[in-house]
Design a binder for this molecule. Structure first.
Ligand SMILES: Cc1ncc(COP(=O)(O)O)c(C=O)c1O
Length: 403
C-alpha cells in the first residue's frame, strides 16, 4: 500500500492565513453589510510600476515575433537581470551574477533550498517568524512532533524575540547547523544592526553553520545604519545564503519574481552549494518567464527606482499613521519604521486569537494573531501597512472608538 509522507501529519491545524480567511468569510456571511478592512495579510495593494508594464508590453511583442521569440530560458535566470541585480542591489559587495538565481518567489526558494541539506541537520528559527521556515522543515522530516504544552516542534531551536530582549534573538548556546534569520522581520517589523548581525556570522564561522538570510523586506529599510544584505558583514559570503523578492519591493506578489544568492565561497565537503543548487533547479525548475524577468529588469532604471520609492514611501506613511495612532492610544508597538509591519502588544493580557475576534467583530478590522507566527507571538498582533491610505485612516479611526 502507498505510504504517505507522515511528516505532513505533524503540521498544526491549517496554515495561518486560511484559518483567518475562514473566520472572515463566516463573519461576512452573517454580517453582509459590514465593511471589513483587511490589515492582516501581507499583500500589496498598489499596482505594478509603470516601467514594468511598458517592459512587459515590449516583451510580449517579442514573444509574438518568430525572430525574437524565446522558448525555455536559463533555469538560473537571464543574465540581463542577474547582472542588474549584482550591479545595483549588491553594489560594492562581493556578489557576481553567477551567484544569483532568479526564481518565481522567495517562498519557493525557501522551500527548495532545504533539499541541499541532510535531514539530520539541526535548525534554528526566530520566534516569531514567517511560518514557512518551520513548516517546510517539518514536511522534510527535520523536526520531531509538535508539543502542545510549549507549542513548539521538538528538535527545532526557537530563537525568542520579544519586547524583553528588544527583538534581538540570542545566539544559541550549542551548535545549530542551519539558522534562519529574517530581517526586517516578518511579523515584528524589527531589524538587526551590523553589530548584532556580525555576531551571527561569527557564530556560523565558528560552528560551520549556514545562515539562511531572508531579506524580502530590505527595500523598506530607512535607517542608513541598518544592513540591507547580510553580505555587508565581513566573511558572510562564507556562511550565508540570502533570499530577496520583488514581491513587496515592487508589487510582484501576483507576477512572481524573486532571487536567491548563493556565494561561490559556500563550500561543504569540497562541494560548492551553488553547483548543487544549479543541479537542483535544473531538475525541478524551468525558470521564470522572459516577460516577467523583463519587468524586473525595468526596475533598475531611473524611472524604475523613482516609481518603486514612491510606492515604498506610500506604505511607510501608512505604517507611520498606524504607529502614531497606537502611541496615542498608549498601545505599545514595534517595527513599522524599516518595515511595512507593525507588531503591537495586545492590551489587557488578551490572547491573540481573542483579540483577532474582538477587532473583527467590534471594529471590522482584520489583523494577524501573533501566535500564528510562533509561541512567542502570543500576546502580540500584526497590522500591516499594505492597504490604501484611505482604509488605513478609517481603520485607525475605528480603533480609536474601541480603545
Ligand atoms: C519573510 C518573507 N519571506 C518570503 C516571502 C515570500 O515572498 P514571495 O512572494 O517572493 O514568495 C514572504 C511573503 O510574505 C515573507 O514575508
Amino acid at each position: 500500500m502507498v505510504q504517505l509522507n507522515n511528516n505532513f501529519l505533524k503540521l498544526q491545524d491549517n496554515y495561518l492565513f486560511s484559518t483567518i480567511s475562514k473566520k472572515v468569510s463566516n463573519y461576512k456571511k452573517n454580517n453582509p453589510n459590514k465593511n471589513i478592512i483587511n490589515m492582516g495579510i501581507g499583500d500589496v495593494v498598489l499596482p505594478l510600476p509603470e516601467v514594468c508594464i511598458e517592459a512587459m508590453q515590449k516583451a510580449i511583442i517579442e514573444m509574438g515575433n518568430k525572430d525574437t521569440f524565446k522558448g525555455y530560458g536559463p533555469e538560473q535566470g537571464y543574465e540581463f537581470l542577474r547582472e542588474k541585480i549584482a550591479t545595483y542591489d549588491y553594489e560594492n559587495l562581493p556578489i557576481s551574477p553567477d551567484e544569483i538565481f532568479i526564481s518565481d518567489g522567495a517562498k519557493c526558494d525557501i522551500g527548495r533550498i532545504i533539499e541541499l541539506f541532510d535531514t539530520n541537520n539541526s535548525i534554528a528559527v526566530p520566534d516569531p517568524v514567517y511560518p514557512v521556515y518551520v513548516d517546510t522543515n517539518v514536511i522534510a522530516g527535520r523536526s520531531g512532533n509538535f508539543n502542545n504544552i510549549n507549542n513548539k516542534f521538538e528538535n527545532i531551536e526557537y530563537l525568542t524575540m520579544n519586547a524583553e530582549n528588544n527583538f534581538v534573538p540570542s545566539i544559541p548556546q550549542k551548535k545549530v547547523d542551519l539558522i534562519y534569520l529574517c530581517f526586517p522581520n516578518n511579523p515584528t517589523g524589527t531589524v538587526l544592526n551590523k553589530e548584532e548581525l556580525s555576531k551571527w556570522v561569527e557564530y556560523a564561522k565558528q560552528y560551520n553553520s549556514i545562515i539562511l538570510y531572508d531579506s524580502a523586506y530590505e527595500a523598506f529599510i530607512t535607517d542608513p545604519s541598518i544592513p540591507h544584505s547580510i553580505y555587508e558583514i565581513e566573511d558572510a559570503t562564507k556562511v550565508a545564503i540570502e533570499f530577496r523578492s520583488f514581491s513587496k519591493t515592487a508589487g510582484f506578489t501576483g507576477l512572481r519574481c524573486a532571487y536567491t544568492v548563493i556565494p561561490n565561497n559556500l563550500v561543504i565537503n569540497n562541494t560548492k552549494l551553488l553547483d548543487l543548487y544549479r543541479r537542483l533547479i535544473s531538475t525541478k525548475f524551468n525558470g521564470v518567464s522572459y516577460v516577467t524577468q523583463k519587468a524586473a529588469e525595468a526596475l533598475y532604471s531611473f524611472d524604475g527606482f523613482m516609481q518603486v520609492n514612491k510606492n515604498i514611501e506610500y506604505y511607510l506613511n501608512n505604517a507611520k499613521i498606524i504607529k502614531d495612532k497606537l502611541n496615542e492610544l498608549s498601545i505599545s508597538s514595534f517595527g513599522g519604521e524599516n518595515s511595512p509591519y507593525i507588531w503591537l502588544k495586545i492590551p489587557n493580557n488578551m490572547n491573540s486569537w481573542d483579540f483577532f475576534d474582538m477587532l473583527l467583530t467590534t471594529a471590522n478590522i482584520v489583523g494577524t494573531p501573533g501566535s500564528g507566527f510562533g509561541p512567542t507571538g502570543e500576546g502580540y498582533f500584526r497590522l500591516t501597512a499594505f492597504n490604501s491610505l484611505e482604509n488605513t485612516l478609517i481603520s485607525m479611526d475605528r480603533l480609536e472608538h474601541i480603545f
